[in-house]
Design a protein around this ligand. Sequence first.
Ligand code: ASP
Length: 356
Amino acid sequence: MTVNMNDQKDKASILLIYTGGTIGMIENPETGVLESFNFQHLRDNMPELKKLGYSVSTIQFDPAMDSSEMGPESWMKIVKIIADNYAQFDGFVILHGTDTMSFTASALSFMLENLSKPVIFTGSQLPIGMLRTDGKENLITAIEIAAAKENGVPVVPEVCIFFENDLLRGNRTSKINADNFNAFRSYNYPALAHAGIYIKYDTGQVYHPVSRKPLKPHYLLDRNIAILKLFPGISPQVVESILNIPDLKGVVMETFGSGNAPSYDWFLTMLRDAVDRGIVIVNVTQCCAGSVEMHRYETGHKLLEAGVISGFDSTTESAVTKLMFLFGHGLSPEEVKDHMNCSLIGEVTIPDAFRS
Ligand code: ASP
């Protein structure tokens, strides 16, 4: 990891953390394959960075990582960099591969407790050195958002993703397109800002910390989580092998529509048995938008009776990382269920009837 301080004016100071991904890649002239390049490449290709008028310092992962190889270790590394540099900077911009950016942003929203400064993820679909790159605009606007203050207070003190004009709450996002510049969506929560000629913030949607406690970075995550995606015709062997993974603590079960699943006896018995063994099973929908409502249909109701809990309108990315975070802190299955039933940092909409 290298640190490169670049003091400019006495304006907002931003720490740019380059973890890897397409934005900093270059084409290998012999094979045509995109490979990670030194961060210097990014600075060479973006003289605009110097023109912004902020004090932008950079830290680079060494080696840079494709985001498909990132996970809890890399999330902790980013959290550590932010925690170590928290006092010196007004905001943080994280350059990250797009493939798993929503997982990292979700995880960080839980790991950075009492965050009161912007942490803005961005990346690009085309390398920054290419003529038609989307990386430059994404990066410049992400820096502007990370630096934005009103009356001395950061406008967006949240973990967000900025991509192709929209600023989205990180733990509400999913990558939805492998080709288009418009690669991320937050279907169940409105955008926090839209960048056109001006950057227009929807301040009513922004999460503001209720207390002014100091940042509390967390480094404990439990990987004993699985995703069980249902499909018509799923066999008992598949369900059984997932639910019997040794040391399994939590399952994010992707169901149909508003949280429905087949009511086969073998299936419900396996779920009930797993719940009785202390495994927390969270029901999220395979639909991009909308919420799980297990009371709506008989098929959903049977899941409730089997002890499955609702993930409401959580994304899979958010539910997985929230379970890792909660179990990582040694909570019991009952405590984890209680926390899954409330919003820790704006990641889920809990209907009034379910609020305690
Ligand atoms: N494979 C790359 C990554 O996620 C893709 C990208 O950056 O968009 O690291």
